[in-house]
Design a protein. Structure first.
Lengths: 513, 314, 277
């Protein structure tokens, strides 16, 4: 009741346009929890991050920028970070954000009992250690790390860490267990009916970092302009298409194969945007057959990547054979040059490799929105045309992931989750195979370069390393990058201002009539 | 009769035990584990170890089984790995959703299919018979995910009579709840007609050949009386058994229909849990389905003597 | 029924035989020759409607549907036949034994049988495919075992009810062995319900793999099968109806043929019908 009253008092703060409409958005899976960064998956992060915010968040290009902080100062030795909090930021219950809240949250996140997904990223087990967190005054937080690290802010901003969100103490019950997120985000939690839907409503007391109406990742202008949003769990893509057509669903991600068809509908608008997800073909270099470098190079040369991408993405994807996301600042002229389709060279390499028609199995899965299977089909056809005896083995996703983690495969049609910083983009697949069998690339020279990339913060020096690593991957062929993920979203024309970005359905700055 | 029922219930205990042990073993033979699924390709050895410890997956299999089984004896099925909810209430609420669809669909299908099968058998080899068999075969061979989508496109989109997505519990709003159930029930109904019609026809054919039908005919009874009094009553037995099998199978197999029509039922829960490797939920669902199955078959067997006087419940 | 004095085969045998004959011929041809390579992709002809060039159109990868149907016929039929055979043989043995022995043997066997029966097929298929390996034989084993308990239950039911009949008692009194009695008197009486069950099972198997595909567990497609063609066609139901209709039609007609032929065969085999013609 108190909470209600407090909310009502805050109403006049936002004298923007009238919050009239309710929207229904279809999502493919229920959220796992509403506890930020604890029991999560991508869909859970998406929902939670509409309600909570961290000190820093990604901008549209994937660079961490101040969010709840007004600015972040880094000391000359690179070990002390000073965050100055923005003024006037309020939690959903009306309480004002202070540095004490940040301290309280940090203590909670570092407590193993919280089960925060990213505890091990900050306690030294993954290389980075936060040594102290202090609050000299109500608006300042000082964090000290053990050694300089170019990725500290990036890790804090990670969506799977739920942006290291700052929530109010009252988010917990008296016994310390999690109740519901009382955050500082543009929307507050509505109702959650497990397995069916979850809702959120506009937070009238929201203090947007900017108010110019320009969306920029998780920072920028974030005003909530619709009254409530209902996320409806719909598993079957065909049902979603029917729902969009009938008007029962206002907005949803759709299959690439439905883009053409839905574009023809007068009441719908279809938007596509590339994401930092990377579709790849993994190759196990320790396999008896695939250990042959010439064979791997022959495979790379046998793929007409333009055709592969067109077929696997239903003509909405763009070829990108670099580990670096095509919209990244590090995606330069060198990264644009990748694999080349060269059947003659493939033939020559294949002869040099001494390949005698050994069977090569490509693992794939049939998750509806992941192009693993179609990519495998096209690749298989092209390899067969080049005289390589490729076969497809379809597995369910959990089994394929298990084979990935154990390194037990010859080839896989796989996707790497979105990673913005080039150091992490490389680290994702490079490492010591003895310690971590899931690692794909174990060239020691390259590993040393990636380690340097982690600590380096000079832009030009980093670019040079990235370029070298890119060329080395193309040469070694421990995996083949094909294309970046593509979001395809269809929405009713009554919705204005929606922008697809990294598979996140951001509902701020979205209006409906 | 009562003794028979009690014996059967006691007999069900070993069956359920077998199910409990074999499900536990089987799902752990399947590659993949819930912790690595939750972390996906971003897992680090440290984060994976943390999560596995929290989920109790770091303990040995016998210990995991002992803990689970101990709790089971206390009536506690544990909590779900993916949703962190207690499992028993979750299963019960999902079960009611599935059960209302399955029961109504099978009841309606029996009402149509059994008389139709009787007529087909009576007019064996006529055009009517072959037509009915062809229709049943056609219905049987359209996958429910296809049939469901066709109904959805036709009634939901083309005619706009029925809602395309969503679900409202009957308990919350009986009228709207019913509206959401029409298409799923219709899909299952059409499919089951195919199954049941063929069974009813075959059983009736069987009976029609027996001597006492010839006797009855010879006694000058009307065809209607022969059919009803002798043929139908005797032919219903095997069909009745099949209805039991169908009911049991459907509870596990309704996942497809639930997927098409966004219905939060038990089948969908089970399939989702399998793909998420949510071990405690799979175990709970399987035990529950097995229990229901045993119960349904018990009821079927108890009713059997009512239709087939040759078999007595002992 | 007595009016059928002509030597002409009954209508069901005629139609059923024609359908199954066609199927076998198509499967035979498909095994050695198809108009196009069923695996060859062609991006120029994606989702082409039926035409003079592609009689039944092309799929989402531009592969010729007719060629795939022909090639798939052999695989589909083979998988179904083996699966049904496995289930029927295993189930009949278990059911006969259990129903005839009664008492504790029956109870123990039925406890296992019911346990297996209560397993939804998808879990069993997923588990076995993971253990045996995701290939044709994995599917046959998984689905075959999944359908065994229903066969066992039906056969047991028949055996139970027949056991009380006079002619079984007579056989025993005449000093015939248990095995002989089972084979000579009980087994033939199970044929009618078994034929019905086996023919429906044939349909389930053809469809089971498409249902598994739909739910997200793709059955590995080295060669096309009707089931996985049907499942793959679903996203295109609005723009390319033919993708689903043709494999669906193939499955329907095959099932119809099997049912009709099954009826005819049963009439021939049924002991009570012997000498009636």
């Amino acid at each position: 009741m108190n909470r209600l009253l407090a909310g009502a008092c805050l109403l006049p703060l936002l004298a923007g346009p009238a919050l009239a409409q309710s929207l229904t958005v279809a999502v493919q899976a229920d959220v796992r929890s509403i506890n930020p960064g604890v029991n999560r998956d991508d869909g859970t992060d998406d929902f939670v991050l509409q309600m909570v915010e961290g000190l820093v968040g990604y901008d549209e290009g994937g660079t961490p920028q101040p969010l709840l902080a007004e600015k972040v100062d880094v000391s000359a030795d690179g070990k002390t970070y000073t965050f100055t909090l923005r003024q006037g930021v309020k939690f959903h219950n009306g309480a004002e954000l202070t540095s004490a809240d940040v301290l309280w949250n940090w203590t909670r996140y570092m407590d193993p009992k919280t089960d925060w997904r990213c505890t091990s990223e900050f306690d030294g087990r993954a290389g980075l250690k936060v040594e102290s967190v202090e609050a000299p005054d109500a608006r300042t937080v000082v964090m000290k790390i053990d050694k300089p690290n170019a990725l500290f802010l990036d890790t804090m901003a990670r969506t799977d860490c739920a942006m290291t969100a700052i929530i109010h103490k009252d988010s917990l019950k008296a016994d310390g267990s999690f109740d519901k997120p009382i955050g500082t985000g543009p929307f507050k939690l509505g109702e959650w009916k497990r397995g069916e839907y979850f809702t959120m409503s506009a937070f009238e007391g929201y203090a947007s970092p900017k108010t110019d109406g320009k969306i920029d990742g998780y920072v920028g202008s974030k005003r909530p302009l619709v009254k409530d949003v209902k996320f409806l769990v719909v598993k079957d893509p065909a049902t979603i298409t029917a729902g969009l057509t009938s008007g029962a669903i206002d907005l949803s991600e759709i299959l690439a194969s439905d883009v053409q068809e839905l574009r023809k509908q007068p009441k719908l608008e279809v938007v596509t945007a590339s994401t930092a997800v990377r579709q790849v073909l993994l190759i196990q270099t320790r396999d008896a057959v695939m250990g042959n470098l010439k064979l791997r190079q022959a495979i790379a040369a046998a793929l007409d990547m333009g055709e592969v991408v067109a077929a696997a993405s239903d003509n909405i994807g763009e070829t990108n054979t670099s580990p670096i996301y095509s919209r990244s600042a590090y995606f330069g002229p060198v990264e644009k040059q990748g694999l080349k389709y060269d059947p003659a060279r493939a033939k020559k390499l294949l002869a040099e490799a001494g390949y005698k028609g050994e069977k090569i199995s490509i693992l794939a899965n049939k998750r509806p929105r992941v192009p693993s299977f179609p990519a495998a089909v096209v690749v298989q056809a092209m390899l067969q045309a080049a005289g390589i005896n490729a076969e497809i083995e379809v597995l369910d996703w959990a089994t394929q992931l298990d084979r990935y983690n154990k390194g037990n495969y010859q080839m896989q049609s796989f996707s790497f989750s979105a990673r913005f910083d080039p150091a992490i983009a490389f680290e994702q697949f490079a490492g010591n195979k003895d310690k971590q069998p899931r690692k794909v690339w174990d060239n020691p020279e390259a590993l040393a370069k990636i380690d340097r990339l982690m600590t380096l913060s000079d832009r030009a020096e980093r670019q040079k390393l990235v370029d070298e690593l890119h060329k080395q991957v193309i040469e070694d062929v421990p995996l083949i990058f094909m294309f970046n993920g593509v979001d395809a979203i269809a929405h009713s024309k009554r919705i204005k201002g929606f922008q697809p970005w990294q598979s996140k359905l951001r509902m701020w700055e979205v209006t409906a009539n | 009769m009562l003794r028979f029922a009690l014996t059967r219930i006691v007999m069900a205990i070993p069956t359920l035990l077998i199910v409990a042990v074999s499900v536990f073993v089987l799902i752990r033979l399947i590659p993949g584990d819930p912790a690595s699924l939750m972390l996906g390709d971003l897992a680090t050895p440290a984060s994976l170890a943390d999560l596995r410890a929290r989920l109790g997956l770091d303990q040995s299999l016998p210990v995991q089984f002992a803990i689970w089984f101990g709790n089971l004896l206390k009536g506690d099925l544990g909590i779900s790995i993916s949703s962190q909810q207690p499992i028993l209430p979750l299963i019960v609420s999902r079960f009611w959703v599935s059960a209302q669809i399955v029961l109504v669909a099978v009841l309606l299908a029996s009402l149509v299919a059994v008389p139709a099968g009787l007529i087909a058998a009576w007019k064996q080899d006529s055009a009517l018979d072959i037509g009915l068999v062809a229709l049943a075969t056609l219905l049987l061979s359209i996958p429910t995910f296809w049939l469901g989508l066709l109904l959805l496109l036709f009634f939901g989109l083309k005619l706009g009579w029925l809602p395309v997505v969503g679900y409202v519990a009957i308990g919350d709003d009986p009228w709207r709840g019913l509206v959401y159930l029409v298409m799923p029930i219709m899909t299952l109904f059409l499919h089951e007609i195919g199954v049941l019609l063929r069974m009813a026809r075959a059983s009736t054919l069987e009976v029609l050949r027996l001597d006492y039908i010839t006797h009855a005919r010879a006694k000058g009874l009307s065809e209607m009386a022969v059919l009803w009094r002798h043929a139908f009553k005797n032919a219903f037995g095997p069909t009745w058994t099949l209805i039991g099998l169908v009911l049991g199978n459907l509870l596990g197999g309704i996942a497809v229909v639930e997927t098409v029509f966004t219905i939060p039922g038990l089948g969908r829960l089970l399939v989702d849990s399998i793909f998420a490797r949510d071990y405690p939920v799979i175990q709970g669902c399987m035990l529950f389905i097995a229990f229901t199955y045993v119960l349904v078959n018990l009821v079927i067997d108890l009713c059997y003597p009512l239709f087939d006087p040759r078999v007595t419940a002992q | 029924m007595s009016s059928r004095t002509l030597k002409l085969p009954p209508l069901n045998a005629l139609i059923g035989g024609a359908l199954i004959g066609t199927l076998l011929v198509v499967a035979g041809i498909g095994a050695v020759w198809t108009p196009y390579d069923p695996l060859r992709l062609s991006f120029r002809y994606k989702l082409a409607p039926p035409s003079e060039m592609f009689w039944l159109g092309t799929d989402e990868f531009g592969r010729d549907v007719l060629s795939r149907l022909m090639a798939g016929a052999a695989t589909s039929v083979w998988i179904s036949v083996l699966t049904v055979a496995l289930a029927v043989v295993l189930g009949t043995l278990i059911g006969l034994f259990s129903g005839y022995m009664r008492g504790w043997t029956d109870r123990v066997i039925m406890a296992f049988n019911d346990a297996l029966l209560a397993f939804p097929g998808i879990l069993l298929a997923l588990g076995l495919l993971a253990v045996v390996g995701a290939n044709k034989y994995g599917i046959i084993l998984a689905l075959g075992l999944a359908y065994t308990p229903s066969v066992a239950r039906i056969v047991r039911g028949t055996a139970l009810s027949l056991r009380e009949r006079e002619f079984i008692a007579a056989s025993r009194v005449m000093g015939n062995s248990e095995g002989y009695t089972m084979a000579r008197h009980i087994l033939p009486n199970c044929i009618a319900p078994l034929t019905v069950l086996a023919t429906s099972m044939f349909g389930y198997v053809l469809l089971a793999e498409s249902a598994l595909s739909f739910l997200g567990l793709g059955v590995p497609p080295p060669a096309p099968t009707w089931g996985n063609m049907l499942a793959a066609s679903r996203p295109y139901i609005g723009q390319a109806m033919w993708l689903g209709i043709f494999p669906g039609l193939c499955i329907s007609l095959t099932l119809l043929g099997i049912n009709l032929l099954g009826d005819a065969v049963r009439d021939k085999l049924d002991p009570r019908m012997r000498g009636a013609r």
